[in-house]
Design a protein around this ligand. Sequence first.
Ligand code: IFM
Length: 452
Amino acid sequence: MREIHLPSNSMMLSKDFLYGVATSSFQIEGDRDGRVDCIWDTFCQQAGTIEDGTNGDTACNHIALWREDIEMIDELGVDAYRLSISWPRVINPDGTTNKVGLRFYTNLVDAMVNRGIKVFVTLYHWDLPQYLEDNGGWLNRETAYAFQTYAEVVAKTLGEKVYAYATLNEPFCSAYLGYEVGIHAPGKTGVANGRKAAHHLLLAHGLALQVLNRLCPNSLNGVVLNFSTCHSATDSESDKRAAKMADDYHNQWYLKPLLEGKYPDIIHALAVEDRPDIREGDMAIISQTIDYLGINFYTRTIYKASDSNWFDVVPPTSTELTAMGWEITPDAFTELLVDLHQQYRLPPIYITENGAAMDDEMVEGNVLDDDRTAYFHTHLNAVNNAIEKGVNIRGYFAWSLMDNFEWALGYSKRFGIVYVDYDTLQRTVKQSGRAYAKLVKSRINGYISGTK
Ligand code: IFM
């Protein structure tokens, strides 16, 4: 069996470094009857949107099986569980709260806390209530204020039992994939839509952060962004410029407003009608201090100059790919973390997602996913290398606890360290899950600084 090893002097082998597993509401919960519809329910009904024609109606049936899922998390021995709250399970179209939904999350959080597992709650992991989308969704500035109200309900209900709150997960995906290129819900397109949605999402983050800081000052309150290291196809100036523009458009567009209160300069290259409507005071709301930044990383992307666009994506050059067709590039992970550290005054970092979809096979009750274990091994070492270069990283979450609904790809891709049989909904810890648990359990109390 493959294992995950870190250098013996790594601070990631001390119990000060937090290890967790992550999921999101729509991807695992099921029980559509217990909530109102969200944009993904609608999107799944449209022909050709989801590769295998599936939806989130049942997913992993976590709403029914949550007790056994918690048991499983506890057995893995991890310090923390990162979950998201389903907005449409909490707030009804008339603004009243869904008491059953809120009780579900209260019970879940209480059960975690009772077991000594730290809870990381994300308020928005893409499942916007459909009733808000019907009024324009993230294209409507009012949605940011509705999000603030929703954040207040959650913060008053769960309070500081939650160790860390994240306002948003990957606003890039919500804005760009959902409103600019239309491959995610709600399937809208156009640069103006994408940029407008991004601005309203960032505003929503800032408004919700105000509430979290007021009601839960002792929780860590932050946000989660995804990054893909942008590499240039060649050393030519034009390709390097293309990669830089892609970085500004896809990565810095979200981070710079949060940390510096401004969009990257590429905003000035946009046609005036494609620029977001930035009102007075917006950037100050967006750039309030965060307690931590969550970083999700999976792979790099290669860019070249384009005749018609600012940049074009080049297909992967390596043959080492995950089942998503994503290159396995741990060095690009270290590079990204070190670059961000050099570019910004970063708050403490948690790696809130990292993992790989692989072509798993269940053989006689076992999933021998050495390829996924190798991915974790190289990427955890990449994190360690970044820490050694001075990046302040406090924890790491494996994506994902269990196989789940992979958005436009349905159930065709498996990211879990636990295998889910979608016929029986039975969970089986994969070999990678055992290797991760072994690493987590091998840590020692305290870390003697100076041993490095
Ligand atoms: O499954 C997703 C998750 O919901 C957000 N980050 C990327 C994962 C893998 O695609």
